[in-house]
Design a protein around this ligand. Structure first.
Ligand code: T5A
Length: 212
């Protein structure tokens, strides 16, 4: 009798701008591949063709979205991403590393921009794809600003909101970790890249017996 492959693992990386998520997703993917794991890396908003179209609509700043419209667009992109990329990858046994997921909507559109957290939690439940592990890269606001300045690229809609906004975002992610201790690990991301990578892999070792 044919057996279906075991469901893969779903790991999300969260944190403010410049925390190092995109950099660390690639490093962790390489480490997991060295352990023989099939890894898919992806990001939000985006991660599927339709979701990428919504990403540019959200980040360009061309339209000042009504707050509820902005929240719903993030969830529309997420629904597409889960259906077209995340769920199929997990079903074939791959591990999915996702740069931002629904905690970002709770923190940005909820805590930092004043949206209703209960409604956002309801939408997250509707999506119904819970991460096995969420690593929150915590950086000081000064670190965020220094890294964005060093990168020198044009600021997107959220980066333009500045230090008071970054503070709310940082506090919001720390609150998410307090509220969800079973799936969240906070890593101090002010440190050297290699130390951050090592702490992230330790979090994976602690969570997933198949790595030990
Ligand atoms: N958003 C997203 C919402 O409002 N709601 C949502 O539901 C979702 C999903 C996405 C924006 O959308 C918002 C949040 C965001 O504002 P994005 O361009 O994808 O936009 O933005 P970010 O995800 O924030 O990506 P960033 O590139 O800004 O930050 P990362 O990925 O955390 O950082 P990274 O890896 O690009 O690193 C930034 C710089 O710092 C250096 C890197 O080399 C790079 O130059 N760096 C370090 N330097 C020293 N020491 C370290 N430890 C370092 N780690 C990285």
């Amino acid at each position: 009798m044919a057996h279906s492959p075991p469901r893969g693992r779903f790991i999300t990386l969260e944190g403010g701008e410049g925390a190092g998520k995109s950099t660390q997703v690639q490093i962790l993917a390489d480490v997991l591949r060295q352990h023989g794991i099939d890894v898919v890396t992806t990001r939000e908003p985006g991660g599927a063709p339709g979701a990428d179209i919504l990403r540019s609509m959200l980040l360009s700043g061309e339209i000042a979205w009504a707050p509820q419209a902005e929240t719903l667009l993030h969830f529309a992109a997420r629904a597409e991403h889960v259906a077209k990329t995340i769920r199929p990858a997990l079903a074939r046994g791959a591990w999915v590393l996702c740069d931002r997921y629904f905690d970002s909507t709770l923190v940005y559109q909820g805590y930092a921009l004043g949206g209703n957290p209960v409604q956002i939690e309801t939408l997250s439940k509707m999506i119904g794809m819970m991460p096995d592990l969420t690593i929150i890269l915590d950086v000081a606001v000064e670190t965020t600003q220094a890294r964005l300045a060093a990168r020198g690229a044009a600021a997107d809609r959220y980066e333009r909101l500045g230090a008071p906004f970054f503070t709310k975002v940082r506090d919001g992610f720390l609150q998410v970790a307090i509220d969800n201790p079973e799936r969240c690990v906070v890593v101090d991301a002010n440190q050297h890249l290699s130390l951050v990578s090592a702490l992230m892999f330790t979090a994976c070792l602690d969570k997933f017996v198949e790595l030990t």
